[in-house]
Design a protein around this ligand. Structure first.
Ligand SMILES: Cc1cc2nc3c(=O)[nH]c(=O)nc-3n(C[C@H](O)[C@H](O)[C@H](O)COP(=O)(O)OP(=O)(O)OC[C@H]3O[C@@H](n4cnc5c(N)ncnc54)[C@H](O)[C@@H]3O)c2cc1C
Length: 398
């Protein structure tokens, strides 16, 4: 690189912040002028939201197993992206550059020890500011055009804000946790860039619970159960809500239609029978379950209020139901409540280096693209890995 370059990064989520990070850590930093634009008054809103329930930043897996958790590009593409900048590099950045401790939980998920996104975000933006990144809040990208090698960006529909850049990286986020469709969708459509409609992902599902059950179980957990749907199975904790269920198993394999719960996954039907016969008292099947099986309160309420008398009074039928309790997932909750979204920018619109095919010099990454993954740190990891990939692509494009 012989002369200085102006680079604009739009969007201050984990993907945008990591792209800026990799640029400031490059040996060419003295030749780069890096601007980071965000439409909101504060930076990294979704990272803060994600951190409100403990900040799960990545997952412990081999790169191969990690890659198998993603939909969108081929597993090989994911492997390459994660090999170049994966969990090891991400954790190392947080620890060595931001000076924050992380830990691996029993669920094989990585967390920031402080369990707070606000400190991570503060230290991260400070680190970037100290390295010279120029932050602009309340600057919503409203137009981009390209003439020869120069890209012009306009913010807030105000032409007086138009600035020129050599390279642009867009990390505008997906459709989840938003009141309305993101504005960038219209902008991309006006440029004839193909988009896939957003759909909620990693989201709760609705179940038609009866009132008596809800009175007893709303807000309570079904601890350590397995949810099985046509999409797969997952063990974990589900929380009973007014409208249905929330929690990792349903985020992982939620699917409209028939589903089953294994309310006692650590015991087989035979083992349950032995346990329930360990009393000489003449108890009804339901009482045996209550006294001898150690189910959570919500699971007991489920058996009591959502099974027929025929099942409740027949020990064998009750045990079969405990191992395969049928529920119907009627529909997913809306995008506004989803942890992530499927859909967004069609992957066919970007090259293998994340560059828009119709607008070279403009790169895209993060949740705005049409890929998907389960929660458990896979989402944030993918975003930072793509942010790093975009930064590498920008540097090699000069
Ligand atoms: C409740 C919740 C819990 C979550 N928990 C986890 C978790 O535990 N682990 C995990 O891995 N992931 C989790 N996630 C998902 C994770 O937060 C997202 O995948 C991640 O933030 C996406 O990063 P991103 O940089 O692509 O986009 P975002 O973080 O959405 O950032 C995009 C940014 O672009 C800005 N922007 C948009 N349009 C414009 C424009 N026109 N001009 C300027 N700026 C613009 C937005 O305001 C936003 O700040 C959670 C999400 C939610 C909602």
């Amino acid at each position: 690189m012989s002369k200085s370059k102006r680079i604009a990064i739009i969007g201050s989520g984990p993907a945008g912040l990591m792209a800026a990070t990799q640029l400031v850590l490059s040996p060419h930093l003295s030749l780069l002028e890096i601007h980071l634009f965000e439409k909101r008054s504060g930076f990294g809103r979704k990272l803060l939201i994600a951190g409100s329930s403990g900040l799960n930043i990545s997952h412990e897996h081999s790169i191969k197993d990690f890659s198998d958790h993603y939909e969108g590009w081929t597993p090989e593409f994911w492997r390459n992206t994660l090999t170049a900048f994966g969990p090891k590099e991400w954790i190392s950045f947080i620890e060595s550059q931001l000076g924050m401790e992380t830990f691996l939980g029993t669920s094989q998920r990585y967390f920031v020890k402080e369990m707070k996104a606000s400190t991570l975000l503060k230290k991260w933006t400070q680190f970037l500011e100290e390295k010279g990144v120029i932050f602009h809040s309340q600057s919503a990208l409203s137009e981009f055009t390209k003439k020869d090698e120069t890209i012009s960006l306009t913010f807030n529909h105000d032409e007086s804000t138009t600035q020129e850049f050599d390279r642009v990286a867009l990390f505008l986020g997906g459709g989840s946790w938003e009141n309305e469709e993101p504005k960038w969708v219209e902008l991309f459509k006006s440029k004839k860039i193909n988009l896939i409609p957003f759909e909620p992902s990693n989201v709760g599902y609705e179940v038609a619970w009866n009132e008596k059950f809800l009175k007893e179980a709303e807000g309570k957990p079904l601890k350590k159960v397995i949810l099985e749907t046509s999409k797969g199975k997952k063990m974990g904790e589900l929380v009973i809500t007014q409208y249905g269920i929330e929690g990792t198993p349903v985020y992982f394999c939620g699917m409209k239609g028939q589903a089953f719960l294994d309310l006692k996954p650590d015991l087989t039907e035979e083992q349950i029978l032995i346990k329930l016969n360990q009393t000489k008292e003449n108890l009804s099947p339901m009482r045996r379950v209550k006294h001898l099986l150690g189910l959570s309160e919500a699971a007991e309420a489920l058996l009591f209020h959502h099974t027929t008398n025929e099942i409740k009074t027949d020990l064998h039928k009750l045990i079969t139901t405990i191992k395969k309790f049928p529920i119907t997932l009627t529909q997913p909750r809306p995008l506004l409540e989803a942890i992530s979204s499927k859909g967004g920018l069609d992957l066919k619109e970007v090259s293998s280096v994340f560059e828009l095919k119709k607008f070279t010099g403009i790169f895209c990454g993060g949740e705005m693209l049409d890929w998907d993954a389960p929660t458990g740190g896979f989402l944030i990891q993918a975003c930072v890995s793509q942010g790093a990939a975009v930064a590498r692509s920008i540097l090699t494009s000069f």
